[in-house]
Structures are given as structure tokens and as C-alpha cells.
Design a protein around this ligand. Structure first.
Ligand code: FES
Length: 266
């Protein structure tokens, strides 16, 4: 990527640009949720140099409310004659228009690349939640893509964390101010605290915060995975569904509620 290209990339994302490999190979830009941010910077760079390489833009989102840069991407792709785009919504809204706002219902997986006829000898750049990236890298490698052509970029997401260790609580953990006496029992194992779930809370994150249990979060809507936590026992339901599911054995506390007693690695 040239300095001139970098200068034309919007300032807000310039710092996040991973280096594009030079050459003639097709470029496949893959993202989910806010992972589109650094990938968009790459698309800007390719558009600025008016590349003649084949460009594939593949993005997964929950619906149009959580589909960042949709119009900007469409305009950039129009300037690249060799480009193709595919958008998957996991939970489209009634007003979302198939073939206009999105192409298919579902999530981005290796099957999408097969269906679209993406060339496996392309350079792949992938950004999204950690589970999304690792699953896709393994899947694409199994599909025949050379590992050194699979590039991932961390942005606003991370592996499953151990917030009880990584963060410091200002106060010792304690039951919430309005402690419920019935309802599922929620065990915060690292904090050595067990409290009952109550209807005052919309998510396990809210309950943890009310207890001063150390937590980390960013989007609070199931997009970034910063709140991803180990689920030691029990099960949860999601409201809303995350854009990408957490890794097996984990949960996203920002958008989940317990289904019965549960124990968390918090
Ligand atoms: S997924 Fe972003 S805070 Fe939970």
C-alpha cells in the first residue's frame, strides 16, 4: 500500500489498516459487525489506487440497524469494476430489503465462499469477533486456502477474558441493592458471590454491575464480544441474538438472561 493511498483513507480508520499484500491475486475482504471498520480502510485504499485486482466484499450483520458503512461500501465498490459483494443478515428486520440491503439470511461461513465461487488462491483479510475469525480461518484452511494467505485483524473484540483477574473492582462484590429472593441463582464464582436473578435486570451484565462484579464490555448489544465470559454451568437465552455466537462454553453477558441456575467465570 502506498503512502498516497493511506492519505486518502478516512482519518478515523487510518490507524487500523493492516498491510495489504501487493500483487495481482484477488482480494477477499471479510467482516462481521464492527469488524468492518479496518476492512473498510483496506477497501478505501484499493479504491484510491484504482486497483484492477478482483475484489470480494463479504459482510455479516444482524440487520440494517447494525450494518456499519453500508452506503459507503456500496459507493466504493461501484468505483471498482472487478468487485463483488455479499451481505448476510442473521436476523433481518421486516423493513430490510432482500437484494437491496442484504443478499441472504444467515451467517458468514465457508459455505458462502463456496456458493459465491470465491477463488481459494486469493488473499483473505478477516475481521470480526474472535470466534468468528478463528472459525473462519480454520474453515477456509480446510477448504484449501493457504494459511499464509489468511490475514486476521483484531478490532474491538478479543478472546474470552477472565475479567475477575483482568479488572479491579473498586468495592468488594456484594448482592445488588434490590436483591431478589427467588429466581434463578447466579453464581459469580471468581467473586465468591451467589445472588438471585430479578426482573429489574435486562442482562447478566446489568446484574454483575449491580453487584460490583468486575466485568468488561463495549457495545452492550452482542456485537463486539468484549463481554465474552466462561459459562461454567447452566444455560442462557439471548435478547437480542448476538451477531456471532460466542465460542463454545462461553456466553455474552451483555445480551443474555439465565434459564435456571447458572455459574459464571466472573
Ligand atoms: S458483545 Fe459487546 S459488550 Fe457484549
Amino acid at each position: 500500500m502506498t503512502i498516497e493511498c493511506l492519505a486518502q483513507v478516512p482519518h478515523r480508520v487510518a490507524a487500523a489498516i493492516p498491510l495489504l499484500r501487493q500483487g495481482e491475486r484477488p482480494v477477499v475482504l471479510v467482516s462481521a459487525g464492527i469488524g468492518a471498520t479496518p476492512i473498510l480502510a483496506m477497501l478505501h485504499a484499493l479504491a484510491a489506487e484504482q486497483t484492477r485486482r478482483e475484489i470480494w466484499w463479504i459482510h455479516g450483520a444482524r440487520n440494517s440497524s447494525e450494518h456499519p458503512f453500508a452506503a459507503e461500501v456500496r459507493e466504493l465498490l461501484k468505483t471498482l469494476p472487478g468487485s463483488r459483494s455479499h451481505i448476510r443478515y442473521s436476523a433481518p428486520k421486516p423493513a430490510d430489503r432482500p437484494t437491496v440491503d442484504f443478499d441472504r439470511v444467515g451467517r458468514v461461513g465457508v459455505h458462502v465462499f463456496e456458493e459465491m465461487g470465491v477463488p481459494p488462491d486469493a488473499d483473505f483479510y478477516i475481521c470480526g469477533p474472535a470466534a468468528f475469525m478463528s472459525g473462519l480461518v480454520d474453515g477456509l484452511a480446510g477448504w484449501g486456502v493457504a494459511r499464509d494467505r489468511l490475514h486476521t485483524e483484531n478490532f474491538g473484540s478479543g478472546q474470552s477474558m477472565t475479567p475477575g483477574i483482568a479488572a479491579v473492582s473498586r468495592r468488594p462484590s456484594h448482592p445488588p441493592g434490590e436483591a431478589a429472593e427467588v429466581g434463578p441463582l447466579i453464581s459469580f464464582t471468581r467473586s465468591n458471590l451467589a445472588v438471585h436473578w430479578g426482573s429489574a435486570f435486562h442482562s447478566l451484565l446489568e446484574l454483575a454491575e449491580a453487584c460490583d462484579v468486575p466485568v468488561r464490555w463495549s457495545c452492550r448489544t452482542g456485537v463486539c464480544h468484549n463481554c465474552e465470559t466462561g459459562l461454567i454451568s447452566g444455560s442462557v437465552i439471548y435478547r437480542p441474538d448476538p451477531v456471532e455466537p460466542p465460542a463454545e462454553g462461553n456466553l455474552l453477558i451483555c445480551c443474555s438472561q439465565p434459564q435456571g441456575d447458572i455459574a459464571l467465570d466472573l
